[in-house]
Design a protein around this ligand. Structure first.
Ligand SMILES: [Zn+2]
Length: 400
């Protein structure tokens, strides 16, 4: 499916703005994160053909053509084999005094084929990625293209748009950008925040906890040591006493830290005393907590209750919490442009924490509601999309 084809599917009687047209074209270019098998993935794997919906490249190429035709400098940053961050740059006339980064991600979660045909109904655009986060891509890229052709634009501020890959899986795109020498004075990470400037979100630590016992015949369990029973005590401890302890650890914007035992597996059959059991735990951290600290805390709690288990990390890369100082001049200016007096926090993790940990002060902002993200019925309000573009443009135009 090409970007051009999708336009025929949108009623031609409805006049589309540049931002809406761009979003419709982006939805029609599937960019499912390769980490998620598509619904017909089995057949794709059998034929060993790359699945046509997989990967960000077609969206990155399309963004590059759009940016180049608006006169922006375009480059790609290699991140993974065949997967590149897309970068568009608007340099100021004078010497660069500051850099603003606009950073939405290009990948989406999976969907059936019908979700890559954009549908416009009742002031909404439906389709995979509409709000998470092709809406932000469209709003930010159109704002930048419009600015590039505006009569007055910042004289000393450089503006860089980066379409990041792999946010939905392991954030390889933002991690690579943070690791490169790239520096900016403020990053606006595109995610559906209903056009609220978000300065804080929780981190997510995944742990694997394993108990070991001694196998024995089910008829003589007294000769064994039951690893499932030991784990049952651990699960109970985490979900009751530990969860209560965390509920008291409140962040003003994010509420309390949490713990969830997400999976459990142990034993092989009814008549064998199980010698091992494993759970995975999702521990949501609040700013001020560290992954190592949370892990030490759980280990100490188990020791204190004389429960023995091996604890290891179950994530490829750390997902730390985000907290950016809302008094930073650029954050204040952005909030003022948006008309917001109080900073906000959200529950979901995103690229902002990665960039922030890499030394770039980061906020999260974009049109759409996270409630529609990852659903079979993903949509975005077209009025909000347009307003998002306008607010970003207003902020960029306000810069020196
Ligand atoms: Zn998402």
């Amino acid at each position: 499916m090409s970007g051009g084809n999708c336009l025929k599917l949108v009623p031609s009687s409805n006049r589309m703005t540049r931002t809406e047209k761009l979003l419709a074209e982006l939805i029609a270019l599937p960019s499912v994160n390769p980490a998620f098998a598509p619904s017909d993935g089995a057949s794709a794997r059998q034929t060993r053909q790359p699945h046509p919906f997989m990967g960000e490249q077609s969206v990155a190429d399309f963004c590059a053509a759009t940016a180049a035709s608006a006169g922006l400098e375009v480059e790609f940053q290699k991140v993974l084999p065949g997967r590149f961050n897309f970068i568009a740059r608007l340099r100021p006339q004078n010497k660069i005094k500051q850099t603003i980064l606009l950073a939405p991600h290009l990948d989406t979660v999976g969907a059936d084929g019908t979700k890559f045909i954009p549908q416009r109904r009742n002031g909404r655009l439906y389709g995979r990625g509409a709000c998470d986060t092709k809406g932000s891509v469209a709003a930010m890229l159109s704002a930048l293209c419009e600015l590039a052709n505006a009569k007055s634009r910042p004289l000393e501020t450089e503006i860089v748009f980066v379409g990041l890959i792999d946010e939905e899986h392991a954030q390889a795109g933002s991690r690579a950008l943070a690791k490169s020498r790239f520096k900016a004075d403020l990053a606006i990470v595109g995610e559906p925040t209903k056009l609220q400037v978000v300065i804080a979100h929780k981190g997510s630590l995944w742990l694997e906890v394993e108990t070991h016992g001694k196998a024995a015949h089910g008829a003589t369990p007294q000769f064994g040591r039951n690893a499932v029973h030991e784990m049952a005590r651990i699960v109970d401890l985490l979900e009751t006493d530990y969860a209560a302890q965390l509920r008291r650890r409140k962040h003003p914007l994010l509420g309390a830290a949490t713990v969830n035992v997400g999976t459990i597996s142990g034993g092989t059959q009814p008549n064998i005393v199980p010698d091992s059991c494993k759970i995975t735990v999702d521990r949501r951290t609040v700013p001020g907590e560290t992954d190592a600290g949370a892990r030490r805390e759980i280990a100490a709690l188990l020791r204190a209750r004389k429960l023995s288990a091996k604890i290891s990390s179950a994530k490829l890369a750390p997902a730390v919490p985000l907290e950016t100082n809302h008094k930073l001049p650029l954050v204040r200016r952005f909030m003022k442009c948006v008309g917001q007096t109080k900073p906000r926090g959200v529950d979901f993790f995103c690229d902002a924490a990665v960039l922030s940990a890499g030394g770039i002060p980061s906020v999260v902002f974009g049109p759409g509601d996270i409630a529609q993200a990852h659903t079979a019925d993903e949509w975005i309000s077209l009025a909000e999309l347009e307003r998002g573009k306008d607010l970003i443009l207003k902020f960029l135009k306000s810069l020196p």
